[in-house]
Design a protein around this ligand. Structure first.
Ligand code: G3I
Length: 327
């Protein structure tokens, strides 16, 4: 019977966690059979990979990389610089701007250098733009320590440092909310257009697409179209389509919800295929593998059913929506 990766006209991926890979055979089988690209959900984040100053620990990330290499899957690195998932020592770091710049550059170049030749691309900077379209230059939890300590242009330097460490890996800017927040979308587009104008090495744009069954389709089309105009490779990097955004307890999805989710997956995949020129198609990655391992359950603590495989890793109607979208 046909699988996603056999029918997909571009890479089709999932973000994964080494724990499930080891403990859940159905998870592993679906991953092997259906996907040809993986993104480490957490294991390449700074708190995991540099837990102490100049102590780099690749053990968990390498489990995923070795699994992917063995199974001939593409690997997308996530995420070198982000204001979340920072190790405590960085959050408490007391240093002058030179020391901060050195910490920043050392992290990027050590990690990119270590994975040189193994990854297709990196999310070099994740979520630098705030929901207000600003650069997260505030002291709330939405503020970025990198923005505060290094100045707004840290984004450009992150890309320069990454390129110096690996001449070939594709360098992405990754963010969320483009489909529902025109101000944020515009700020992201302006940011990457400015980087391109200055010949800062950037190859791709990640649209995370953490959406729900009510997300505007006009908004989705507009976000993809505007992103394509940058000429960068386009990665739908973390898609999931929640059924229960209002946070009410949802024991079981209704048939109507599952049908609406199927239509939304179909719409997004078809829009990507039709609106993104072949040369700019980096692919579509879903965030997590099945409903049971979705971050929405573990991180947001909300009982939702956002993916295309159910809690038993069986195919949902949405799975067939994705397949249909490939045509
Ligand atoms: O592994 C530890 C465990 O040992 C410990 O007992 C437990 C309780 O403290 O924490 C566990 O780590 C958690 C980790 O997920 C693994 O479950 C972290 O606390 C938790 O912060 C982490 O959440 C991740 C979140 O990013 C923050 O890094 C989610 O799994 C992950 O799905 C989510 O992914 C992000 C993308 O990176 C960027 N885009 C948005 C997306 C969703 O927020």
């Amino acid at each position: 019977e046909q699988t996603l990766k056999e029918k997909a006209p571009f890479p089709i991926g999932a973000s994964i966690d080494p724990t499930h890979l080891k403990t859940n055979l159905r998870y592993k089988n679906v991953l092997i059979k259906e996907f040809n690209s993986i993104t480490p959900e957490n294991m390449m984040k700074m708190n995991m990979i540099q837990p102490a100053p100049n102590r780099f620990d690749y053990t968990k990330a390498d489990e995923l990389v070795n699994f992917a290499i063995q199974d001939k899957k593409r690997i997308h690195g996530h995420a070198l610089i982000w204001h979340e998932s920072l190790p405590t020592w960085v959050q408490n770091f007391q240093g002058d701007s030179l020391a901060w710049e050195n910490l920043f550059k050392t992290h990027i170049q050590t990690v990119v250098g270590y994975y040189k030749g193994k990854l297709a691309g990196w999310d070099v900077v994740n979520e630098a733009i705030g929901n207000d379209g600003g650069t997260r230059n505030d002291n709330t939890n939405q503020g970025s320590i990198w923005r505060r300590k290094l100045g707004a242009d840290y984004v450009a330097r992150a890309f320069l440092y990454a390129r110096q460490a690996d001449p070939d890996v594709l360098l992405f800017y990754n963010d969320y909310g483009q489909e529902s927040n025109p101000k944020k979308l515009q700020a992201i587009i302006s940011l990457v257009q400015d980087l391109k104008r200055r010949n800062i090495p950037i190859d791709g744009l990640g649209l995370q697409m953490h959406i729900d069954i009510n997300t505007s389709e006009a908004g989705i089309n507009y976000a993809i179209q505007e992103s394509v105009k940058t000429g960068l490779k386009i990665h739908i990097s973390e898609i999931d389509i929640a059924l229960n955004p209002s946070n009410s307890t949802l024991e079981k999805p209704t048939a109507e919800m599952l049908e609406r989710q199927r239509q939304k997956y179909l719409m997004v995949v078809r829009a990507y295929k039709n609106l993104v020129p072949k040369a700019q198609q980096y692919g579509i990655t879903q965030w997590n593998v099945g409903d049971a391992d979705s971050w929405i359950r573990s991180y947001l603590k909300r009982n939702d059913f956002p993916l295309i495989f159910d809690v038993n890793y069986d195919r949902k109607p949405s799975y067939y929506g994705v397949l249909e979208g490939f045509k």
